[in-house]
Ligand binder design. Sequence first.
Ligand code: SAM
Length: 365
Amino acid sequence: MKPNTIYCGDACELLDSWKPGCVDLVFADPPFNIGYVYDGYRDDVPDAEYVAWSRRWMATCQRVLRANGSFYIAIGDDFAADIRILGRELGLHLRNWIIWHYTFGQSMKAKFARGHTHIFYFTKDRELFTFNDRQLRFPSARHTEYQDLRANPLGRLPDDVWDEFPRVCGTFKERAGFHGCQMPEALLMRIVMASSNPGDVVLDPFVGSGTTAVAAKRLGRRYVGIDISKSYAKHTEERLAATRNESAAQPHDGEWPALHVEMLLQLYRETKVSLANLLPNEVALRVIAASLSERVGHCYEVVEVRRQFERLAGTKVFPKLPNDTPFVARNHVTTEGKRYQRTIQRLRPRRETKPATEDEVRQVG
Ligand SMILES: C[S@@+](CC[C@H](N)C(=O)[O-])C[C@H]1O[C@@H](n2cnc3c(N)ncnc32)[C@H](O)[C@@H]1O
């Protein structure tokens, strides 16, 4: 196994040839067996075959994982229960069953729209593992709402429902454009930050568009990715060539490195308090400054954090929190408005009884 490499081939066959215990963290997002169209891969095998294959690749990843390593698996509803049971049978320790609740889920016609993915967080050992809690913290409601003196000055940890990471939609700048299942970089950064240290080896056996490897490289970890598709592997290498290790980046003449700005905006998403309420809240800003400093390895003061928020406010990159868009009535005379009116017409029940005209009433009378 050569770190900082993207391998093309079958994950199990390749991993079988690696030395045991050579990686520190595994993140696996396998095909979900739901008939998704991948390059050169059939995603609709019989259920029993899929479960047997899952056991095989999970055991293979477990073998190459170091004794204190962590193993995350993203999976859809159909096989989440199987993966949990396989984890138990293989002797993995479940630390969290995370629900990634995303916005921009696919809409449905005859059932509730799907808006989540399961992420299992297993460790190889029950007690020995890396968990960098200080880098994950953000202000709690005790800081933001109640100004409660019992609030932990370091902030709180995220819970096991993650709703701060929108799905990477087609229109997003982050979209690499060659893979339909690209995961958000910010989500992978949380996992890499939590369960590995700089220099550690992070493996993704189904690397797809390369998100795990990109997050690992940006944060100064070593990556290894595998994908069965030549085309995905090639595009991932290109994506990685355009990615830098930003773990040592420092501000220069008051300019923040891109990673620091992204981390600050992610903290804003996690805090879920509008900027107008956040800026005067010294206690919450102190937690944000402390957590940001832990995440990026540079000590930021509250005054710098406040100034950076003010600079970013109103720019395109500033995240929109749910319901924080002021309502402005649309002008329905515009084309958009007409299209909307037509849609409304179509949705109305077809047979509307027209009220009788005055003439008709007179004739009957
Ligand atoms: C759900 S996608 C992963 C997406 C990835 N997490 C991302 O953010 O882009 C699953 C990937 O597994 C790959 N794959 C399927 N079978 C494989 C196998 N046996 N070995 C290695 N890769 C495989 C597919 O080509 C696909 O790119």
